[in-house]
Design a protein around this ligand. Structure first.
Ligand code: DX5
Ligand code: ZN
Length: 233
Protein backbone atom coordinates (compact mmCIF):
# COMPACT_ATOMS: atom_id res chain seq x y z
CA UNK A 1 0.00 0.00 0.00
CA UNK A 2 1.70 3.28 -1.04
CA UNK A 3 1.93 5.73 1.81
CA UNK A 4 3.36 9.25 1.60
CA UNK A 5 6.16 9.75 4.10
CA UNK A 6 4.75 13.00 5.38
CA UNK A 7 1.35 11.53 6.19
CA UNK A 8 -0.03 12.59 9.57
CA UNK A 9 -0.33 9.66 11.92
CA UNK A 10 -3.44 9.42 14.05
CA UNK A 11 -2.41 7.36 17.03
CA UNK A 12 -4.86 5.50 19.22
CA UNK A 13 -2.63 5.66 22.29
CA UNK A 14 -0.90 8.65 23.81
CA UNK A 15 2.05 6.71 25.22
CA UNK A 16 5.45 7.66 23.82
CA UNK A 17 6.64 5.49 20.95
CA UNK A 18 9.70 3.42 21.80
CA UNK A 19 12.14 2.17 19.17
CA UNK A 20 13.93 -1.13 19.76
CA UNK A 21 16.55 -1.85 17.07
CA UNK A 22 17.15 -5.55 16.52
CA UNK A 23 20.79 -6.54 16.95
CA UNK A 24 20.26 -9.30 14.38
CA UNK A 25 20.88 -6.74 11.63
CA UNK A 26 24.07 -5.36 13.21
CA UNK A 27 27.62 -6.00 11.99
CA UNK A 28 28.53 -8.99 14.17
CA UNK A 29 32.25 -8.25 13.89
CA UNK A 30 31.68 -4.92 15.69
CA UNK A 31 28.90 -5.55 18.19
CA UNK A 32 30.14 -3.14 20.86
CA UNK A 33 30.41 -0.24 18.39
CA UNK A 34 27.04 -1.10 16.87
CA UNK A 35 25.30 -1.01 20.25
CA UNK A 36 26.96 2.31 21.13
CA UNK A 37 26.01 3.74 17.74
CA UNK A 38 22.31 3.01 18.03
CA UNK A 39 22.19 4.19 21.65
CA UNK A 40 23.63 7.55 20.66
CA UNK A 41 21.31 7.59 17.63
CA UNK A 42 18.33 7.64 20.01
CA UNK A 43 17.28 3.99 20.38
CA UNK A 44 15.18 3.28 23.47
CA UNK A 45 15.62 -0.49 23.91
CA UNK A 46 17.94 -3.10 22.44
CA UNK A 47 16.00 -6.01 20.90
CA UNK A 48 17.90 -9.31 21.09
CA UNK A 49 16.63 -12.14 18.88
CA UNK A 50 17.44 -15.58 20.26
CA UNK A 51 17.00 -18.40 17.72
CA UNK A 52 17.64 -22.11 18.21
CA UNK A 53 17.38 -23.69 14.75
CA UNK A 54 14.43 -25.70 16.05
CA UNK A 55 11.58 -23.33 16.88
CA UNK A 56 12.69 -21.20 13.92
CA UNK A 57 14.85 -22.19 10.95
CA UNK A 58 17.86 -20.09 11.96
CA UNK A 59 20.40 -19.89 14.80
CA UNK A 60 21.54 -16.56 16.24
CA UNK A 61 23.22 -16.20 19.64
CA UNK A 62 22.67 -17.06 23.29
CA UNK A 63 23.03 -15.70 26.81
CA UNK A 64 26.83 -15.29 26.59
CA UNK A 65 26.44 -12.52 24.01
CA UNK A 66 23.67 -10.89 26.03
CA UNK A 67 25.91 -10.93 29.10
CA UNK A 68 28.91 -9.54 27.20
CA UNK A 69 26.89 -6.60 25.90
CA UNK A 70 25.09 -5.80 29.16
CA UNK A 71 27.79 -3.52 30.68
CA UNK A 72 28.20 -1.57 27.45
CA UNK A 73 24.86 0.28 27.41
CA UNK A 74 22.10 1.66 29.59
CA UNK A 75 19.38 0.63 27.12
CA UNK A 76 16.93 -1.94 28.51
CA UNK A 77 17.49 -5.41 27.03
CA UNK A 78 14.38 -6.73 25.27
CA UNK A 79 15.07 -10.45 24.77
CA UNK A 80 12.87 -12.17 22.18
CA UNK A 81 13.10 -15.93 22.63
CA UNK A 82 12.46 -17.97 19.51
CA UNK A 83 13.45 -21.21 21.20
CA UNK A 84 11.59 -24.32 22.32
CA UNK A 85 11.56 -25.32 25.04
CA UNK A 86 12.13 -21.89 26.56
CA UNK A 87 11.68 -22.73 30.24
CA UNK A 88 15.14 -24.29 30.81
CA UNK A 89 16.84 -21.07 29.61
CA UNK A 90 14.77 -18.36 31.31
CA UNK A 91 17.10 -18.08 34.30
CA UNK A 92 20.18 -17.90 32.07
CA UNK A 93 18.77 -14.95 30.13
CA UNK A 94 17.64 -13.23 33.31
CA UNK A 95 21.11 -13.62 34.81
CA UNK A 96 22.71 -12.45 31.55
CA UNK A 97 20.95 -9.10 31.93
CA UNK A 98 17.58 -9.29 30.18
CA UNK A 99 15.11 -6.67 31.41
CA UNK A 100 12.17 -8.14 29.51
CA UNK A 101 11.85 -11.71 28.25
CA UNK A 102 9.32 -12.52 25.53
CA UNK A 103 8.28 -15.99 24.45
CA UNK A 104 5.86 -17.59 22.03
CA UNK A 105 2.85 -19.55 23.36
CA UNK A 106 3.92 -22.42 21.06
CA UNK A 107 7.28 -22.73 22.86
CA UNK A 108 5.90 -24.89 25.64
CA UNK A 109 2.78 -26.45 27.11
CA UNK A 110 2.41 -24.04 30.06
CA UNK A 111 2.50 -20.41 28.97
CA UNK A 112 1.06 -19.24 32.29
CA UNK A 113 3.75 -21.05 34.25
CA UNK A 114 6.53 -19.70 31.97
CA UNK A 115 5.29 -16.14 32.52
CA UNK A 116 5.17 -16.75 36.27
CA UNK A 117 8.77 -17.98 36.10
CA UNK A 118 9.93 -14.82 34.29
CA UNK A 119 8.13 -12.62 36.84
CA UNK A 120 9.66 -14.73 39.60
CA UNK A 121 13.10 -13.94 38.18
CA UNK A 122 12.27 -10.25 38.62
CA UNK A 123 11.92 -9.53 34.89
CA UNK A 124 9.19 -8.09 32.70
CA UNK A 125 7.25 -10.51 30.53
CA UNK A 126 6.26 -10.55 26.89
CA UNK A 127 4.15 -12.89 24.78
CA UNK A 128 4.65 -13.10 21.02
CA UNK A 129 1.99 -13.81 18.42
CA UNK A 130 3.17 -15.36 15.16
CA UNK A 131 1.23 -14.29 12.06
CA UNK A 132 -0.92 -17.42 12.32
CA UNK A 133 -1.45 -17.25 16.10
CA UNK A 134 -4.81 -15.83 17.23
CA UNK A 135 -5.20 -13.20 19.95
CA UNK A 136 -7.32 -15.63 21.97
CA UNK A 137 -4.19 -17.59 22.83
CA UNK A 138 -3.18 -14.91 25.33
CA UNK A 139 -6.58 -13.65 26.51
CA UNK A 140 -6.34 -15.48 29.81
CA UNK A 141 -2.79 -14.52 30.80
CA UNK A 142 -3.02 -10.73 30.55
CA UNK A 143 -2.53 -10.40 34.31
CA UNK A 144 0.99 -11.77 33.83
CA UNK A 145 1.96 -9.80 30.73
CA UNK A 146 3.90 -6.53 30.41
CA UNK A 147 4.18 -6.58 26.61
CA UNK A 148 2.43 -8.22 23.68
CA UNK A 149 4.51 -8.60 20.52
CA UNK A 150 2.78 -8.94 17.16
CA UNK A 151 5.04 -10.56 14.55
CA UNK A 152 4.59 -8.97 11.14
CA UNK A 153 6.84 -11.59 9.50
CA UNK A 154 7.28 -15.27 10.19
CA UNK A 155 10.08 -15.33 12.76
CA UNK A 156 13.57 -16.53 11.90
CA UNK A 157 15.11 -13.90 9.66
CA UNK A 158 15.56 -10.17 9.35
CA UNK A 159 14.88 -8.27 6.15
CA UNK A 160 11.48 -9.81 5.32
CA UNK A 161 8.43 -7.94 4.06
CA UNK A 162 5.85 -6.53 6.48
CA UNK A 163 2.59 -8.51 6.58
CA UNK A 164 -0.25 -6.00 6.43
CA UNK A 165 -2.63 -8.85 7.27
CA UNK A 166 -1.54 -8.36 10.90
CA UNK A 167 -2.86 -4.80 11.23
CA UNK A 168 -6.38 -5.83 12.36
CA UNK A 169 -4.78 -8.03 15.03
CA UNK A 170 -2.94 -4.99 16.40
CA UNK A 171 -6.16 -3.01 16.61
CA UNK A 172 -7.91 -5.89 18.38
CA UNK A 173 -5.08 -6.14 20.89
CA UNK A 174 -5.07 -2.38 21.47
CA UNK A 175 -8.78 -2.60 22.36
CA UNK A 176 -8.14 -5.65 24.56
CA UNK A 177 -5.33 -3.86 26.40
CA UNK A 178 -7.33 -0.66 26.88
CA UNK A 179 -10.36 -2.58 28.14
CA UNK A 180 -8.17 -4.49 30.58
CA UNK A 181 -6.91 -1.23 32.09
CA UNK A 182 -3.51 -2.87 32.44
CA UNK A 183 -0.11 -1.33 31.76
CA UNK A 184 0.77 -3.50 28.73
CA UNK A 185 2.90 -2.36 25.81
CA UNK A 186 2.03 -3.38 22.23
CA UNK A 187 5.16 -4.14 20.22
CA UNK A 188 5.57 -4.89 16.49
CA UNK A 189 8.44 -6.87 14.97
CA UNK A 190 9.25 -7.59 11.34
CA UNK A 191 9.55 -5.40 8.27
CA UNK A 192 9.10 -2.18 10.24
CA UNK A 193 10.26 0.82 8.19
CA UNK A 194 9.42 4.50 7.90
CA UNK A 195 6.64 3.40 5.51
CA UNK A 196 5.09 0.66 7.64
CA UNK A 197 5.62 2.23 11.09
CA UNK A 198 2.71 4.70 10.73
CA UNK A 199 0.36 1.80 9.97
CA UNK A 200 1.42 0.15 13.25
CA UNK A 201 1.09 3.35 15.24
CA UNK A 202 -2.39 4.00 13.85
CA UNK A 203 -3.37 0.47 14.85
CA UNK A 204 -2.26 1.16 18.42
CA UNK A 205 1.33 -0.04 18.69
CA UNK A 206 3.70 1.77 21.04
CA UNK A 207 6.99 -0.16 20.67
CA UNK A 208 8.53 -0.76 17.24
CA UNK A 209 11.33 -3.24 16.59
CA UNK A 210 13.42 -2.50 13.50
CA UNK A 211 16.49 -4.37 12.34
CA UNK A 212 17.36 -3.69 8.72
CA UNK A 213 15.69 -0.28 8.66
CA UNK A 214 17.97 0.98 11.46
CA UNK A 215 21.25 -0.94 11.18
CA UNK A 216 21.15 -0.85 7.37
CA UNK A 217 20.66 2.92 7.23
CA UNK A 218 23.61 5.23 6.59
CA UNK A 219 22.22 7.68 9.17
CA UNK A 220 20.78 5.67 12.04
CA UNK A 221 19.55 8.70 13.98
CA UNK A 222 17.52 9.81 10.96
CA UNK A 223 16.21 6.28 10.52
CA UNK A 224 15.08 6.09 14.14
CA UNK A 225 13.42 9.52 13.92
CA UNK A 226 11.66 8.49 10.72
CA UNK A 227 10.31 5.27 12.24
CA UNK A 228 9.28 6.95 15.48
CA UNK A 229 7.53 9.91 13.94
CA UNK A 230 6.84 9.02 10.36
CA UNK A 231 8.85 12.04 9.18
CA UNK A 232 12.08 12.13 7.18
CA UNK A 233 13.70 9.18 5.36
C1 DX5 B 1 12.62 -11.98 13.17
C2 DX5 B 1 13.09 -11.16 14.35
C3 DX5 B 1 13.10 -9.71 14.11
C4 DX5 B 1 14.01 -9.26 13.01
C5 DX5 B 1 13.48 -7.97 12.47
O1 DX5 B 1 12.53 -13.30 13.55
O2 DX5 B 1 12.27 -11.41 15.48
O3 DX5 B 1 13.39 -9.01 15.30
O4 DX5 B 1 15.33 -9.10 13.42
O5 DX5 B 1 14.23 -7.62 11.36
P1 DX5 B 1 13.71 -6.59 10.26
O6 DX5 B 1 13.40 -5.29 10.97
O7 DX5 B 1 14.85 -6.49 9.33
O8 DX5 B 1 12.48 -7.19 9.64
ZN1 ZN C 1 12.48 -10.13 17.30
Amino acid sequence: MPLPHNRRVTRSTSRPVLIAPSLLAADFTRLAEEVAAIESAGADWLHLDIMDGHFVPNISFGPAIVKALRPLTRMPFDVHLMIAPADPYLAAFAEAGADLISLHPEAGPHLHRSLQTIRGLGKKTGVVLNPGTPVESIAHVLDLVDLILVMTVNPGFGGQSFLESQLPKMATLRRMIDESGRDIRLQIDGGVTARTAPLCLEAGADVLVAGTAVFGAPDRAAAIRAIRGGQGA
